[in-house]
Every structure is written in structure tokens, then in C-alpha cells.
Design a protein around this ligand. Structure first.
Ligand SMILES: [Zn+2]
Length: 192
């Protein structure tokens, strides 16, 4: 399932810290889906990666000791159909990375996603119970997602309300962690 791609020779001489300096620019959902798993704020994440970034992202995950399994959207939907579930078509990239701090969580997350079990997916992704429950009750079609997400900067889930307390707490924590991380980085760069 994984593509075999060689390293570019120009990358060989670079230090590890340099190699992934641009991760937040290259991986568009880095701050909301990868960083929280790195920092232990969430156990798992799902990240869509275009073909050109697959090998880069795999190297990044290995360097961070994160567990992952890559599945193409096509293979995911094929398995869903086999299980009598509807395929989902709203992917922007063909490669889905299921990542986590432990492989058994990654595998559980994938099982949930094969079965279109959104309760399980939401819980595995660490979304607040109130928000997961509200999606299951009202679906997503009649919901103004932009408006609900309005106040929050770093959440990837659809909050149960604009004033969801648990989403606000998570959002704030993640913002603080990001600010602390960037400050550390800047200090390192200054010292180096
Ligand atoms: Zn909520």
C-alpha cells in the first residue's frame, strides 16, 4: 500500500531539525491534526496528504516516533462498500494517514472509519462528547459549520455550539501550546 520513493540526495546532508522546519507549511492540517498528537493533547489524527508529500510526511512521522497507517481514499471506500457502508467522497487528497501515539489506537480508528461509525471516530479523535453527540443527533447538512466554528481557531471538529465550553478549553490549550512551541523554536534559532 505504501509507495516506495527514494530520498533526494540534497536532503541527505541536512540536520533532522532543518529537514522538517517547513512541516506546518507543507502539511496544511499540521497545527490542527498532527501537532495535538505530538503534544499529547489528542491520541489520534487523520490527515489527507497529496501524492507529492507522502514520502516527506512518512519521514516526518518516523522522526517523531508516531504510529501510522496510510490508506488511499479509494481503498477506504472499497472496504466501506464491502461492509455495506456508504462511500464518502469529500476528500481533497487521495492518501489518508491515520496517525497516533499507539498503533492499536490507529488500528481501532481505521476500523471505526471503515464502518462509518462516527461516534467511534469522534471519540478516538478526542473530540468533546457533547460535540460528537450533537453531530449524531442533527447530522451536518442543516448546520452552519463556519458560524459554529467562528470563535475557535484550532479545532478540527464541528462544535455543538458557538459557545461550547469544552471546545473553547481545547482550543485555548492548543493555542497556548503552539505559542510556546514557536517561542522555543525562535529561541533555538537565536541561540544557534
Ligand atoms: Zn461541545
Amino acid at each position: 500500500m505504501r509507495r516506495l520513493m527514494g530520498y533526494h540526495s540534497s536532503e541527505r546532508g541536512k540536520r533532522m531539525s532543518d529537514k522538517f522546519e517547513d512541516v506546518a507549511q507543507r502539511i496544511r492540517t499540521y497545527w490542527t491534526e498532527v501537532f495535538p498528537v505530538e503534544r499529547g493533547l489528542r491520541s489520534t489524527g487523520i490527515i489527507e496528504i497529496p501524492d507529492g508529500d507522502v514520502s516527506y510526511f512518512e519521514d516526518f512521522l518516523k522522526s517523531r516516533n508516531l504510529s501510522y497507517i496510510m490508506i488511499t481514499a479509494g481503498a477506504l471506500n472499497q472496504e466501506r462498500k464491502k461492509r455495506g457502508q456508504d462511500p464518502l467522497r469529500d476528500y481533497y487528497a487521495e492518501n489518508l494517514f491515520y496517525i497516533g501515539d499507539e498503533m492499536r489506537k490507529v488500528k481501532t480508528l481505521i476500523e471505526c472509519d471503515y464502518n462509518n461509525d462516527f461516534f467511534c471516530v469522534g471519540m478516538m479523535l478526542g473530540y468533546p462528547d457533547c460535540c460528537v453527540a450533537s453531530i449524531l443527533q442533527r447530522g451536518t447538512e442543516s448546520v452552519d459549520i463556519q458560524k459554529l466554528k467562528g470563535k475557535f481557531i484550532m479545532i478540527s471538529h464541528i462544535p455543538c455550539s458557538e459557545n461550547c465550553q469544552r471546545s473553547a478549553e481545547y482550543d485555548q490549550r492548543l493555542q497556548n501550546d503552539k505559542a510556546a512551541f514557536l517561542k522555543e523554536k525562535a529561541a533555538e534559532a537565536g541561540a544557534g
